[in-house]
Design a protein around this ligand. Structure first.
Ligand code: HEC
Length: 123
């Protein structure tokens, strides 16, 4: 009897776990989020809320990079399929940005440029 119950629980968990993650992805609609919200959700974990953390201890701090370079690097991460499938740290970063829709990408990029870049006051 106990065994049957355990099996039922096991099957339920096996069904629910993948379903709930599918559901979470489907309902995740970033199109109305501002650049700031996208940054907090998708970038700040590695780069810090204030852009002062070196992601994985290796990236530069966002606050130390000129806006034009931020644009160049992010655009590359966003578009380069080879980079996205590469295993290295650039691959890690590329995967983060490659899933952003064009509009989300544009808003988060302009947020980063005008709030963190070393020359942000000129943006
Ligand atoms: C899982 C951790 C992680 C997340 C999340 C993440 N990044 Fe990164 N990011 C990295 C790493 C690691 C590097 C360094 C990669 C390299 O130099 O090739 C990096 C590099 C960068 C760079 C270039 C920095 C430099 O040193 O030239 C920029 C700009 C950047 N990230 C912006 C963002 C933005 C904007 C987001 C959110 C859309 C984001 N990152 C999300 C880990 C992350």
């Amino acid at each position: 009897m106990k065994n049957v119950l355990l099996k039922v629980i096991f099957v339920c968990v096996c069904i629910m776990v993948p379903c709930s993650s599918l559901f979470a992805q489907e309902t995740e609609d970033n199109s109305t989020l501002t650049g700031e919200q996208i940054f907090k959700k998708r970038c700040s974990g590695c780069h810090g809320k204030d852009g002062k953390t070196q992601a994985y201890g290796i990236s530069r701090k966002l606050v130390e990079i000129p806006a034009s370079e931020i644009g160049d690097r992010l655009t590359l991460f966003h578009s380069d399929k080879n980079l996205q499938s590469s295993g290295g740290v650039s691959g890690v970063m590329s995967k983060q940005v490659s899933t952003l829709e064009k509009q989300e990408f544009e808003s988060v990029l302009s947020y980063v440029k005008s709030n963190f870049a070393v020359d942000k006051d000129k943006q």
